[in-house]
Ligand binder design. Structure first.
Ligand code: PHE
Length: 341
């Protein structure tokens, strides 16, 4: 039995040395020290020995068992260390590799142009204000001298929510509100969404954007209006762009003008962008009507002012040669990704 024990020890030690993984080590442990393992078998077989040999043999087997257990623990530690070393080698980082760039969102083209516009007016000393999109009939029309029977109030043009509440059709509503709450000198712009019951096509959308401007002070004249708007057009479209003022009509300004710039796509010769005209209309403007000042609580004998309403969507589509206004609202990433900045 002693030889048998020695042979088993030799075999076990040899096997142990060749093990490569924790799984193999566990199998090894079960094979030798498990319930049906070889060492356990030896202990069981002791019953067959003469009584005087049993204690000695028992001691030897137990010693072997202890030895094997220690060897297994040691092997387990060295396997773990080995595995960890291999893993670390595999996960080694090359810190000199170029980084991966996360795709960041970009500004919507309307916002790119709006930011430019805001910069221009801010540099001229204008404040930026906000107004409600759900407006009262009073601020959107009455306070702006729009008569009861004006076609803009027709159900076809205006989305009415109730008899007196509507979705604002023009940011000019913010003019009326500002005059009521602010004492001159006033110099503000109010960018925002406006709504009209228009059929959707390449140049019309029921939702679009305006930037309202209002200046009220003592001695403000048409020259100030022309100077500010010409400066604005040159900053947006470039120094070479020609600017033209055409007489027009708005109920809340007198006199009223519409402002065109020479088409940036063809330089004024006529092309698809300007529909052959050579000019692109970018805004409506005028000297604030004395009645409107009065309704806003400002004395028209003392103060005068001018107002303007810029069409943001038109400015954006012509700047980027976008052929269809609907592209601005569909949010197709293939289109938006071209305007990242
Ligand atoms: N609100 C006018 C429009 O929507 C534009 C405008 C604003 C005209 C301010 C004059 C003064 O057409």
């Amino acid at each position: 039995m002693k030889e048998q024990l020695e042979a088993l020890r030799a075999q076990a030690m040899e096997e142990l040395a060749s093990l490569r993984s924790p799984k193999e080590l566990e199998d090894f442990r079960v094979r030798y020290m498990g319930k049906k393992g070889s060492v356990t078998g030896l202990l069981r077989g002791m019953g067959a020995l003469p009584a005087e040999e049993r204690p000695i043999m028992g001691q030897m087997v137990n010693q072997l068992r202890q030895e094997l257990e220690d060897a297994v623990t040691e092997k387990s530690d060295s396997l773990q260390a080995q595995l960890q070393k291999e893993q670390l080698a595999k996960e080694k980082l090359d810190v000199t590799m170029p980084g991966k760039k996360d795709a960041a969102g970009g500004l919507h083209p309307l916002n790119v142009v709006l930011e430019d516009i805001i910069d221009i007016f801010q540099s001229m000393g204008f404040d930026i204000i906000d107004g409600p999109e759900v407006e009262t009939d009073y601020y959107c029309f009455q306070a702006l001298n729009v008569p009861e029977d004006h076609p803009a109030r027709d159900m076809q043009d205006t989305f009415y929510l109730t008899d007196s509440l509507l979705l604002r059709t023009q940011t000019s509503a913010a003019q009326a509100r500002t005059m009521e709450t602010t004492k001159p000198p006033i110099r503000v712009i109010c960018p925002g969404r406006v709504y009209r019951a228009d059929e959707v096509d390449a140049t019309h959308s029921p939702v679009f954007h305006q930037i309202e401007g209002l200046v009220v002070d003592k001695g403000v004249t048409m020259c100030d209006l022309k100077g500010v708007l010409e400066q604005f057009a040159h900053e947006i479209y470039g120094e070479d762009t020609r600017v033209r003022f055409r007489p027009s009509f708005f109920p809340f300004t007198e006199p009223s003008v519409e402002v065109d710039v020479s088409c940036s796509a063809c330089g004024g010769k006529g092309c698809r962008v300007c529909k052959g005209a050579g000019w692109i209309e970018i805004l409506g403007a005028g000297m604030v009507h004395p009645r409107v000042l009065e309704m806003g609580g400002i004395d028209p004998e003392v103060y005068s002012g001018f107002a303007f309403g810029i069409g943001l969507d038109r400015l954006t589509t012509t700047r980027y040669k976008i052929s269809d206004i609907r592209l601005l609202f569909e949010n197709d990433l293939r289109m938006l990704e071209q305007f990242d900045r």
